[in-house]
Design a binder for this molecule. Structure first.
Ligand code: 3SL
Length: 241
């Protein structure tokens, strides 16, 4: 298995697809998706465009659908939810499909949707994603940070490093054997330095600061927890996990 880490979706190669591609948006899209599926959501359907989300979800009854829209960290007016994982309680999401559009996370998933297997990962479900990689042993794996509007996000690369770190530990492969690009080695170093203080890392991150200004302190606490959800968000058909 060779791992490749890309800090943003824009940095992924356009002339090939990997056997497995993993989108990471710790703050907060992939954390929210994992939370919805762990809480009994029927599926998560992702859109980069809000109007397209509204048109497709229109065909579903109000009881079966939940519409989540986020732009700039805030809920889009008229939608049921923004992008806080804390709103996704079992009482609300059980048996319902989440139609979601966020600034960066849903775009990252759409960018990699042609890979043979597509997963969504965050700190909360890191172990389940690693378990999948150990069982399936895909030859090539891309781990793609969602970033923020095309630029690097500290927390996504730290989570990519958490996945790579755990794969290295459990396969006993050296970083040299595992790393397909230099980003893997730097992401493992970043995670290793911060693994016991992930909440502090999220507070340092520019998007973490943006969310703190929006009073989302509890979201940061939740998103900083590692391996708390045994759930594997995996693409069933393009755009649907
Ligand atoms: O950028 C995204 O996709 C979102 O996760 C951003 S936010 O955390 O909802 O603000």
């Amino acid at each position: 298995m060779k791992l490749f880490i890309y800090h943003t979706p824009e940095l992924t190669p356009t002339d090939k697809v990997p056997e497995c591609a993993i989108a990471v948006d710790v703050l907060r899209a992939t954390t929210t998706m994992a939370t919805v599926l762990a809480a009994g959501g029927e599926a998560v359907q992702v859109f980069s465009d809000l109007d397209q989300l509204l048109a497709v979800s229109e065909k579903w009854s109000g009881e079966k659908r939940l519409r989540a829209g986020e732009r700039g960290g805030s809920k889009v007016p008229g939608f049921d939810l923004g992008n806080s994982p804390l709103d996704c309680t079992p009482e609300l999401v059980q048996g319902r499909r989440l139609f979601i559009s966020t600034t960066n996370g849903t775009r990252a998933l759409q960018r990699i949707q042609d890979a043979k297997a597509v997963l969504a990962a965050a700190f909360v479900n890191r172990a389940a994603v690693v378990q999948y990689l150990l069982e399936k042993q895909p030859e090539t794996v891309w781990i793609v940070g969602s970033g923020w509007e095309g630029s690097f996000s500290l927390e996504d690369t730290a989570c990519a490093g958490a996945i790579a770190h755990s794969v290295a530990q459990q396969t006993k492969l050296s970083q040299d054997e595992l790393a397909g690009n230099d980003e893997v080695i730097s992401a493992i170093a970043l995670y290793s330095q911060w693994q016991d203080n992930l909440l502090e890392l999220l507070h340092l991150a520019s998007h973490g600061k943006r969310l703190l200004r929006l009073n989302s302190d509890e979201d940061l606490k939740y998103c900083s927890q590692t391996d708390i959800l045994d759930v594997l968000p995996i693409q069933q058909e393009p755009g649907v996990l």
